[in-house]
Design a protein around this ligand. Sequence first.
Ligand code: HEM
Length: 295
Amino acid sequence: MCPFHAPPTTQTSGTQTQDTARIVVEEKAQLDFSQSMSYGDYLQLDQILNAQSPRSPDHNELLFIVQHQTSELWMKLMLHELGAAIEHVALDQLPTAFKMLARVSKIMEQLVHAWDVLATMTPPEYSAIRPYLASSSGFQSYQYRCIEFALGNKNAAMLKPHEHRADLLARVEARYQAPSLYDQALRLLARRGIRVPNSHLERDWTQPYTASAEVEQAWLQVYRNPQAHWDLYQLGEELTDLEDAFRLWRFRHVTTVERVIGFKRGTGGTGGVSYLRKMLDVVLFPEIWSLRTQL
Ligand code: HEM
């Protein structure tokens, strides 16, 4: 009989189980953790895996909680990398910054794919947990707001939801007042001898960024002669990757929201899809996109 078509027997699976047990012993895996740090100890899994407390009796609430919590964990890493990347751009250490920015883009892509899991939640499933969410909404995510501010989408109104928590407000305010990644990129262009208007080099960093024809000319200088400005050209493309991934995240968010709640209002009080669609129009690094028409 062809070995590929031999019917599976209980003996085969029994042998496999014994093999696995033997392998674990032969490979000398450590099995006793009464005296040393285990995987769960290192990762503090007791805290993490006991931090899901569904408020409804509904089966699907765990999905909703885990999806948000994992997103917040990825956002934590994103902020860690983004903050360090901004510092390295300010210090002219571009290779290190590139490594970090590439990771930020990949995390964003990971979050884009994560919407597939949440999209398995149907409108009746969400409606069953909706009353238990009360007024909580991703709109109030302080980490998300720090990411938006670090990427230059400054808006004083977004500080308000954090006023009841002085510790969190301080973190969001720090990002609000600091130059964004794009602000630091423009200062770098100027340090490299490329003309950038003063209005875009020294300004009130809490104000939203305003697109400028002169800044577009500055980037065009880089893009028209990549060989002469290779690392700045690479920086431009890293910024493009990042905004590209961020746009996809926003798009998947609004589409998932529409398929789950239609045009109902959000728990955060906005019109829901209408608000999220307006956010699709936000452009973080405007000249990085507009220059392409000129090339
Ligand atoms: C079925 C699931 C979801 C629904 C129905 C939903 C709905 C909404 C709505 C309607 C808004 C607008 C503000 C409001 O009025 O509440 C919003 C904002 C937001 N949501 Fe979601 N969302 C969902 C999942 C998620 C997930 C998994 C995340 C990941 C952390 C998230 C993060 C955010 C953020 C950061 C905002 C603020 C966006 C901005 O200000 O531009 N949402 N969401």
